[in-house]
Design a protein around this ligand. Structure first.
Ligand code: ADP
Ligand code: ADP
Length: 222
């Protein structure tokens, strides 16, 4: 699903955020991404999203050579990748339903299709009964679950999560991880960046560790 070969990313400042990175993540895997602040985690995810391009090396996502994807093809490419952020980035001027529907509306799905898919996604995160409320009225954990529903509503093959439990207490973090595991069991490939060592240890999944732009552990499946 994800293959980096000898990938280096140097920003315009000269900062080398990733250095000669080789990674392989197979379809259906669930992998944690760790490393101190500045290790290159966000850069790695931005390269997968095509928000940044590598300075050197080769990146293949879902069997596609990303260097062949032009600017005009990026929006379409991203439809198959769900993204979950730490501060969920929900819109508070509309309902839970409309927040989750957003990616489908952007992608031009039909009205009836949108209703069915949004409710399926909200059901999976246990928030079907909240579809009409404004997300501002929800707890932090519920808001993050709405963020996850929005990320998976398109049924992406790959989900990237950047510190998805950064603002949550241990109990809620564990709930979020249980959700991710359930999506993984449906066949979704997941990459989750986190500093939460306790959480990682409990999940018993591959850990890809970065330090100063280099992979120091877990770059390829065992
Ligand atoms: P992490 O997500 O692990 O904290 P980042 O990928 O954000 O790491 O950053 C890796 C390195 O690249 C850091 O030294 C950071 O300062 C630098 N960096 C990140 N984004 C940029 C940018 N847009 N321009 C210049 N340097 C950057
Ligand atoms: P449908 O054809 O009704 O759209 P599928 O047959 O493609 O559904 O999927 C089978 C089941 O797995 C459905 O319940 C679907 O919602 C769920 N599913 C598969 N992939 C994902 C995903 N990435 N996110 C959420 N649910 C998924």
């Amino acid at each position: 699903m994800i293959r980096f070969q000898n990938v280096t990313k140097r920003y315009a400042t000269g900062q080398e955020a990733l250095s000669r990175v080789d990674i392989q993540i197979d379809r259906g895997e669930m992998v944690f991404l760790t490393g101190h602040s500045g290790a290159g985690k966000s850069t790695l995810m931005k390269l997968i999203m095509l928000m940044e391009r590598p300075s050197n090396g080769h990146i293949e996502i879902g069997g596609r050579d990303t260097s062949a994807i032009r600017r005009s093809g990026i929006a379409h490419y991203r439809r198959d990748i769900g993204v979950v952020f730490q501060n969920h980035q929900l819109l508070f001027d509309r309902s839970v339903f409309d927040n989750v529907a957003l990616p489908l509306q952007v992608a031009g799905y039909q009205h009836s299709d949108i209703g069915r898919r949004v409710r399926a996604a909200l059901d999976k995160v246990g928030l079907l009964h909240k579809e009409r409320v404004n997300p501002v009225t929800l707890s932090g954990g519920e808001q993050q679950r709405v963020g996850i529903a929005r990320a998976v509503v398109n049924k992406p093959a790959l989900v990237l999560a950047d510190e998805p439990t950064g603002n949550l207490d241990p109990e809620l973090s564990a709930e979020i991880m249980t959700l991710f595991r359930q999506f993984n069991e449906l066949g979704v490939t997941l990459m989750i960046a986190t500093h939460d060592i306790d959480l990682i240890e409990r999940m018993n999944k591959r850990v890809l560790q970065l330090a100063e732009g280099r992979v120091i552990a877990g770059g390829v499946p065992q």
